[in-house]
Ligand binder design. Structure first.
Ligand SMILES: NC(=O)c1ccc[n+]([C@@H]2O[C@H](COP(=O)([O-])OP(=O)(O)OC[C@H]3O[C@@H](n4cnc5c(N)ncnc54)[C@H](O)[C@@H]3O)[C@@H](O)[C@H]2O)c1
Length: 274
């Protein structure tokens, strides 16, 4: 008897494939954005790797094409509404459709709320709130016109469980949840879905600020001091890996989640249960 099963109930194995679809990933130059771009390309999409640091998006795209996938690069500041619109319109022009748009780009501003300067507040609102809003608008316009599409936004566990020192970041990430739900109710009838992913702590450029020295070397004692309490506190007893989040992004982007919209998926090891 063969040990290889040929059962594919409801064609679900194929439902995670996104062959021939065109995806834009913002923040594709690093961390979760890069992993999401790689996951989508691995599942068959052509990925437009967009990042304000074009050289890092280039490295992501090169990695994808070297592995046999399909990708291109766009230098994009998501805080620039016109540039976001051009990226969406240009993608449709070049490829004939825009099927998946992932708003992953984000920044951190830290410090107690009472000390946060207005320019720092404006900076984080411009990228983490308006940047996602602009991405939703531009992607939804194209997707509603074509009658299908999936938008995935990066929120955070901070939207549910605030920590001291990241009030502006947490406010943006909570706003991302509600703009995702608002968009979902507006575009659902056109066949377009919008969902959010709210990761727990993952080691990336953003979180590495706690223990990566200016010369790029890692302060291991400091890293352990940051990671160990988080690991011990998490029901799954670990912090996240970028691929944990990319798997959720792929699920939300693909037809595997075709009945899911306006939802928040929380790959966080169980640290916040809402
Ligand atoms: N790492 C975590 O623990 C964690 C947890 C929850 C949520 N998130 C969210 O996940 C997303 C990705 O974070 P990450 O940890 O991979 O961070 P990262 O710093 O490794 O990557 C962020 C990427 O976004 C790009 N970017 C920054 N500003 C931009 C702009 N204006 N326009 C376009 N690109 C821009 C950066 O150049 C970088 O490549 C963010 O939205 C972040 O808030 C991260």
């Amino acid at each position: 008897m063969s040990t290889e099963s040929t059962v594919d109930a409801f064609g679900l194995a194929g439902a995670f494939r996104v062959d021939g679809r065109v995806a834009v990933v913002t923040g594709a130059g690093s961390g979760i954005g890069r992993a999401s771009a790689e996951a989508l390309a691995g599942a068959g999409a052509h990925v437009v790797c967009a990042d304000v640091v074009a050289s890092s998006a280039e490295a992501t795209a090169e990695g994808i094409t070297a592995a046999g996938g399909s990708a291109e690069v766009v230098g994009l500041d998501v805080a620039d509404r016109h540039a976001v619109e051009r990226t969406a319109a240009g993608t449709v022009e070049r490829h004939g459709s825009l099927d998946i748009w992932c708003n992953i780009a984000g920044i951190m501003v830290e410090g107690p709320m009472v000390d946060t300067a207005e320019e720092d507040l404006d900076r984080i609102l411009a990228v983490n709130l308006k940047g996602v809003y602009f991405g939703c608008q531009s992607a939804a316009r194209a997707m509603v016109a074509q009658g299908r599409g999936s938008i995935v936004n990066a929120s955070s566990a901070a939207a549910d469980a605030p920590s001291p020192g990241i009030s502006a970041y947490a406010a943006c990430k909570a706003a991302v949840v509600q703009m995702t739900r608002s968009l979902a109710v507006e575009v659902g009838r056109a066949g377009v879905r919008a969902n959010a992913v709210a990761p727990g702590f993952v080691l990336t450029g953003m979180t590495g600020r706690y223990f990566v020295r200016p010369d790029g070397t890692v302060d291991e004692a400091m890293r352990d001091a940051v990671v160990e309490p988080l690991r011990r506190h998490a029901p799954l007893r670990r912090i996240g890996e970028v691929e944990d989040i990319a798997a959720a992004v792929l699920y939300l982007a693909s037809d595997a989640s075709s009945f899911v919209t306006g939802q928040v998926i929380r790959p966080n090891g169980g640290v916040a249960m809402v």
